[in-house]
Design a protein around this ligand. Structure first.
Ligand SMILES: [Zn+2]
Length: 403
């Protein structure tokens, strides 16, 4: 499906890099044929990538007319990017190479109810350790992508919400982590990052939506390979779509938000309200750990745990049908650590409801899929944002200053 406008296409340099990630070696002529761009445009983009050290010429291949074509090859180890995804309940960091492969990963302590002044130095120290363990020095790293919840001011690098404590509201998150690590930091909506991380080079269906579930529920949209960010990069707050107009008032102001019915915090709050059930399931008061316990019990046939998961899957399915009806996407990808164990149950429940209720189901198929790595995709996407920011900047080709 290519129902969206061509103005969303990636800039040429990013497009060429994506093709190099997809194919082992490729000539400029093949790049021109694959993209429909002129030889001159491709030559210019390739020169920038060679100047950055991202691409090398690696010999020649004979063309049909007998003229040798110089082959180009991606240099995956030419640089690395760090991605961190966190919310109040979970945090993970990855190091990825230029090809998008994860070369190191680490769980970070969840912020919990702590202030950013305590959390940021801890993240910085653990990122430095992670880079050292991967044998990387600061000049080998383009920067850190930080994927987290909204609302946020992506350009300013600050969160616009007093969650989990008032000190987070307006805190200079990107600047503080940059100061503490000596690396440039870009922030990104976690669900948007999840969409970027769930992409694979050469994907024949580059239009899809993502449902991201960690402590809360969000969504992302990828159009022709690029993220849709909305007016202020706070788009697709799926968690605050109402599934009950008479439901309880959410902290956001809306009524009956799906996050308040289907999200891990809601599910585990409901489980803990029954002390006998909480004791039987061994709940410890950590929403994501407890959600996994409820999910595991449901999978093992516990009827009460199964009922709690059923409430969650049904509410999420209603919201996802609304999202698909609005966006007319052919694919919905589930990402986030809440799907780590119970992902297949949610995938099937959402697929069943999509097949039953999506308005355009007789026109085209809508597939619900689990991301290959549900726990790390948002962190990987955040890391790739650092690379995208470089490739989409007007002065791409100038090696960034090494600090
Ligand atoms: Zn809400």
């Amino acid at each position: 499906m290519r129902a969206f406008g061509a103005d969303t296409r990636l800039p040429t340099v990013a497009l060429v890099l994506d093709l190099l990630r997809e194919r082992t070696t490729v000539s400029r002529v093949e790049l021109a044929e694959a993209t429909g761009l002129t030889r001159a445009t491709i030559t210019n983009a390739v020169r920038k990538l060679i100047d950055l050290g991202f691409v090398h010429e690696v010999g020649t291949a004979r063309s049909q007319r007998g003229t040798p074509r110089r082959l180009l090859e991606l240099q995956p180890k030419a640089c690395h990017m760090v991605g961190v995804q966190f919310d109040s309940y979970a945090a993970v960091a990855v190091v990825v190479d230029l090809a998008g492969a994860v070369v190191a990963r680490r769980e970070l302590p969840a912020p919990g109810g702590r202030d950013p002044d305590a959390v940021v130095p801890e993240f910085a120290a653990l990122v430095r350790d992670l880079l050292a363990s991967a044998g990387l020095a600061r000049p080998d790293v383009l920067g850190i992508g930080l994927a987290t919840y909204g609302p946020q001011d992506r350009d300013a690098g600050v969160l616009l919400t007093p969650q989990p404590t008032p000190a987070w509201q307006g805190y200079p998150l990107a600047a503080a982590l940059a100061e503490a690590t000596g690396l440039p930091v870009a922030i990104e909506n976690d669900a948007t990052a999840a969409g970027i991380g769930a992409q694979t080079p050469g994907d024949p269906q580059p239009n899809f939506a993502v449902v991201f579930m960690s402590g809360g529920i969000g969504a992302g949209l990828i159009i022709d390979g690029r993220p849709y960010r909305g007016a202020t990069s706070n788009g697709l707050e799926l968690g605050h779509i109402s599934v009950d107009s008479e439901g309880p008032r959410c902290v956001c102001g809306n009524r009956g938000c799906v996050d308040g019915v289907a999200g891990p915090v809601a599910v585990t709050d409901r489980a803990r309200s029954d002390p006998a059930l909480a004791a039987r399931l061994g709940l410890v008061g950590d929403p994501l750990a407890d959600f996994r316990s409820v999910a595991a019990a449901a999978a093992a046939g516990d009827p009460e745990a199964g009922a709690l998961i059923g409430v969650s899957t049904r509410a999420l399915a209603v919201a996802v049908v609304s999202m698909v009806n609005l966006l007319d996407v052919g694919r919905v990808v589930l990402v986030g650590n809440a799907f780590a164990d119970i992902g297949p149950v949610y995938r099937q429940a959402l697929q069943d409801e999509v097949d039953r209720a999506v308005f355009m189901r007789h026109v085209h198929e809508v597939r619900v899929e689990l991301a290959a790595d549900v726990s790390c995709a948002a962190a990987v996407g955040a890391a790739m944002v650092v690379l995208r920011n470089l490739l989409e900047s007007p002065n791409v080709g100038d090696r960034p200053a090494e600090g």
